[in-house]
Design a binder for this molecule. Structure first.
Ligand code: HEC
Length: 187
């Protein structure tokens, strides 16, 4: 039998055997790529702005730049993208829906049980959409604006109090989960 014929038969058979999971693997990979492309860009922009205007001056980066970058990424990729958290700073933007809440609670449990927060992710087909979340671990940089009061400069506390009277996103320590990047795309 001709070798390429065997290969074609093998590919066709594989496709017949595992169509759903191959498709899901591809979706998972795509969702992961979109979700992981945002945080490094944000952290880069934050660091730039912190250098120029301090932590209090960098607050607009988290406030305005994050949704702007997410909007641009959505236009480029077709994936809707946002950040959500169980302890929100901006409750209008960042309150999780039921599916996200389940994932966030599960990630907190798994991190408390010793799993590395950086590895925590979940991808799933939900109501004709592919949905994916990836945990955002608290790093040293984040503590300046999401840490305990004694970690936080007075100027930062002041700007936060002004813009976020219902701020619940403080008191974090290193390695906890600040929230998730959440992406979704219709099938
Ligand atoms: C300069 C201060 C500052 C630093 C540093 C900072 N953040 Fe934020 N963060 C904010 C502000 C302000 C908001 C509210 C943004 C908004 O209005 O949507 C926010 C919101 C968020 C949200 C959206 C959910 C919510 O609570 O509204 C996540 C997730 C988040 N930050 C994660 C991080 C992570 C992870 C780091 C470290 C890599 C970090 N932040 C560093 C100021 C900061």
């Amino acid at each position: 039998m001709n070798k390429s014929f065997v290969a074609v038969v093998a590919i066709v058979m594989l496709n017949i055997a595992v169509p759903a999971s191959a498709e899901e693997d591809a979706r998972l990979a795509e969702a992961r790529k979109v979700a992981t492309s945002l945080p490094p860009k944000l952290v880069g922009a934050l660091q730039e702005e912190i250098k120029k205007s301090g932590f209090d001056g960098a607050i607009p980066v988290c406030r305005d730049m994050a949704p702007k970058m997410a909007g641009e990424l959505a236009q480029q990729t077709g994936w809707k993208i946002k950040r959500v958290s169980l302890k929100t700073r901006n409750e209008t933007r960042a309150t999780p829906d039921a599916w996200e809440k389940v994932a966030l609670e599960d990630f907190d449990k798994r991190a408390a049980a010793g799993e590395s927060p950086a590895q925590l992710e979940k991808g799933e087909v939900v109501n004709n959409e592919y949905r994916y979340v990836k945990a955002l671990p608290v790093q040293q940089l984040c503590l300046n604006c999401h840490g305990t009061p004694d970690n936080t400069a007075d100027a930062v506390k002041q700007v936060l109090a002004e813009h976020y009277p219902n701020d619940r996103a403080t008191g974090y320590s290193l390695g906890q989960i600040r929230g998730v990047i959440s992406v979704r795309k219709p099938l």
